[in-house]
Design a protein. Structure first.
Length: 761
């Protein structure tokens, strides 16, 4: 662009920005005034109309307030076939001018996808009316701060790494909110994927899975506004700490009221608060802290309890036992048996055959069976009356022969008084007669039914599972009959039982579910969630390379697709890491490459951002704490705000935390009880750092004794390394872990990684 044209374009852009901000200010005043009038006490509209209108204008005011400092971030010039060229300014929300024309279009609008996907030249995009063809003549990005145009530039394609550099070099506390302007084509495809089809996203560390998930919700809420409300969405996240970490992102995207739960909280919604859940990390912590072998019986048992085989055994049990809904007694009128408990059970089994197992709850089937029994009583009233009369005759015949006539007369009256009310009871109909019977039915909780199933597990499996696994499951669950504490792996079967019995209110409200860190979920969990949700509208995001709960998690998305979704899910890849520098990603790839023959995963591709080299240094135990302290202070001085010092285990983190405090370093200890992310300097064990990102990471000890050459340790080390955005320092005290050994690669750049011994830097 020559100088004269640049001056002219700059003047135009500044004028357009001023005009847009003036429109926003005016519309904010109108919204504020309208809201005030709605609540001024003189409004003649119905209360629900007032609330509805107030909600609309309040949301509009929020959107405008979010946009006023930076109303848009990009512009595209698109000429639809047969029409004039038109400029579209793209922002967080739509802004209409006084002529009701779009001054700014929402980033979620169909035409805006050209900014994310299209090169200059002939392009097309999908609109509700069909595919729109045309020519993209301009793609422009803006830097706008506090209503002032700082700069703008024209680009050919948004996947250019140079374009991403300002965003990638930002602090970790800003990046989660700033993705809209830098969404890449592979991310945009996931965000705008079909709502009705389940999608599974395999994304490498730092590929933006979480931010893509949040933007997908924002996109779906906008696109399907008439069909979906924000409260129709449900996010299931790994822990409360993670939920706090992402808490501000959805409101910033203009979406409020989205349900956000951990899997444990979701289970409590289904099961009630009576259940006590063992800490989800306790088993992993035990494995990591004590170095238990990956093939340990505890882990093999967890793997079995998380499998679809276990679900099949439970399904079979639920169908055969009638779930304890029928009381263990006969159906009687007085002491007269109308139907024996054996006959009742046979009848219920026959009754069940007319229902498809997946379509009705056992509770519903039982209620309809009671109606059937009521009809039976109504239709066989004469027969039941005959049973009563027969009972009267039998008692009269069995009276003592030595009684006097007067005594016999009184005894007969007693017998008639005893059985007479039964005739009156029968006259009131079958429902009345069944009332006391039905009150005794269906009282068993999901936990009681589950314990009964576990107690009969060996019989139920017909010897198809090992005795030691049966014993392990039974000892853990049945040792204390009164205990309501269960393992994390018990939640899916318990939720499944409860849903089969009663159904779930959540199923009526959650119309789309997003599961983050999904590699940590079992097939049984996916099946249960799908069953409770009662549709397949899911977005599942994970990275099998970070599957540190492999004893209960997922290592193969294709298997999940086949087993849970009958092959109907679309599996999408996010292969590029936007979080880390090249050196950090390469070091992470060095680690995960050691176990690639065991997991089906591609190595992450870093963007071209070199940054500071990764340092790998050997230090003695004595000097390590001082080295970490000094390095942390250096990072703080270089404006690194969020720093993680990552140990392998929690006991190590606790010990290091206390030592760093003695060194006058202000640090936070993150344990599995943490619910809030405070930023700053955090000491955190490797397995709790998953899903988070930090400006800088220091690995306190990557010695061979800490991280052995096995799958779990490789994943833990990979997770720890890939939390770093800008700098990574790896320390070890004895012999360096073999997992850090460099793999063979082309175009190796030694400047990305520096290995030193001692304190030399």
């Amino acid at each position: 662009m020559n100088r004269d044209k640049l001056i002219k374009e700059t003047a135009h852009e500044k004028n357009y920005l001023k005009e847009t901000i003036d429109i926003i200010k005016q519309q904010m005043k109108v919204s504020e005034s309208t809201i005030k009038k709605l609540y001024d006490g003189t409004n003649s509209k119905e209360p629900y109309v007032v609330e509805h209108l107030a909600k609309i204008y309040t949301k509009k005011l929020k959107d405008l307030t979010r946009s006023i400092d930076s109303p848009y971030f990009a512009r595209i010039d698109f000429q639809e076939e047969g029409k004039e060229d038109k400029a579209f300014y793209i922002g967080k929300c739509s802004v209409f001018n006084d002529n009701k024309d779009l001054q700014v279009i929402d980033w979620r609008a169909p035409v805006a996808s050209l900014y994310y996907d299209g090169r200059l030249g002939n392009v097309s995009y999908k609109a509700p009316s069909g595919e729109v063809q045309g020519k993209l003549g301009l793609k422009r990005i803006y830097e706008i701060e506090k209503g002032e145009l700082k700069s703008f530039s024209d680009v050919d394609i948004t996947t250019n790494d140079e374009l991403l550099k300002p965003y990638l070099s930002a602090s970790s506390d800003k990046r989660l909110k700033n993705i809209i302007s830098t969404i890449q084509a592979e991310q945009n495809r996931i965000i705008r994927a079909d709502l009705k089809k389940p999608i599974i996203v395999q994304g490498v560390a730092g590929s933006g899975k979480t931010t893509v998930a949040l933007h997908r919700i924002a996109y779906l809420a906008y696109t399907y506004e008439k069909e979906l409300k924000p409260e129709d969405f449900l996010i299931i996240a790994p822990n409360k700490f993670f939920l706090d970490y992402i808490s501000g992102s959805l409101p910033d995207l203009g979406v409020d009221d989205v349900s956000q739960l951990t899997f444990e909280d979701f289970a409590k919604e289904i099961l009630g608060k009576g259940i006590k859940i063992e800490n989800a990390n306790s088993k992993l912590a035990d494995i990591v802290n004590n170095g238990k072998n990956i093939d340990d019986i505890v882990q093999r048992t967890s793997k079995f309890k998380s499998s679809l085989k276990y679900k099949e055994l439970l399904d079979s049990y639920l169908e055969e036992t009638n779930l304890g809904f029928l009381p263990e007694e006969d159906l009687r009128i007085g002491d007269i048996v109308i139907l024996s408990k054996e006959k009742l059970k046979e009848g219920f089994k026959e009754h069940n055959k007319q229902f498809h197992r997946e379509e009705t709850t056992i509770d519903y089937r039982f209620k309809t069976y009671l109606m059937k029994l009521g009809n039976f009583i109504e239709n066989n009233q004469g027969m039941i009356e005959g049973l009563i009369r027969g009972k009267i005759r039998l008692e009269i015949e069995n009276m003592d022969k030595n009684l006097s006539d007067e005594q016999r007369k009184r005894k007969k009256l007693e017998i008639y008084d005893k059985y007479g009310p039964l005739f009156k009871k029968l006259e009131k109909g079958g429902k009345k007669l069944l009332a006391s019977y039905s009150k005794k039915a269906g009282k068993k909780s999901a936990l009681e039914i589950y314990k009964e199933f576990v107690g009969q597990l060996e019989k139920q499996s017909n010897g198809t599972i090992s005795q030691e696994i049966v014993i392990q499951i039974q000892q853990k669950l049945l040792a204390n009959p009164r205990s309501k504490e269960v393992e994390y792996e018990d939640l899916a079967p318990l939720m499944y039982i409860q849903h089969k019995i009663k159904g779930s209110k959540i199923a009526k409200s959650a119309k789309h579910i997003v599961i983050d860190e999904a590699q940590d979920y079992s097939e049984f969990q996916f099946a249960t969630l799908k069953d409770i949700l009662q549709n397949e509208s899911m977005t599942i995001l994970g990275d099998v390379a970070q599957g540190i709960y492999s004893y209960r998690g997922t290592n193969d998305w294709n298997k999940v697709n086949d087993d849970i979704f009958d092959g109907k899910a679309e599996i999408l890849q996010l292969g590029k890491s936007y979080r880390t520098t090249m050196g950090i990603m390469e070091k992470g790839n060095d680690v995960i490459d050691k176990i690639r023959d065991r997991i089906n995963v591609k190595l992450g591709e870093p963007v071209i951002r070199k940054g500071e080299p990764v340092t790998i240094e050997k230090h003695s135990d004595k000097e390590l704490v001082d080295t970490i302290t000094n390095r942390t202070n250096e990072l703080l001085e270089s404006n690194k705000k969020n720093i993680a010092i990552i140990t392998k285990t929690l006991p190590e983190a606790t010990k290091l935390y206390k030592k760093l405090q003695k060194n006058k370093l202000t640090v936070n200890l993150i344990s599995d009880k943490a619910t809030e992310y405070k930023g700053g300097i955090s000491v955190i064990p490797s397995y709790l750092s998953k899903g988070l990102e930090f400006d800088s990471v220091i690995l306190s000890d990557a010695s061979k004794e800490e991280y052995g050459n096995n799958e779990l340790d490789a994943k833990l080390l990979y997770v720890a390394i890939t939390r770093a955005m800008h700098t990574l320092d790896i320390y070890y005290t004895r012999e360096r872990s073999e997992l850090l050994r460099e793999r063979k690669r082309e175009n190796r750049d030694n400047k990305n990684i520096i290995e030193l011994e001692g304190e030399e830097r």
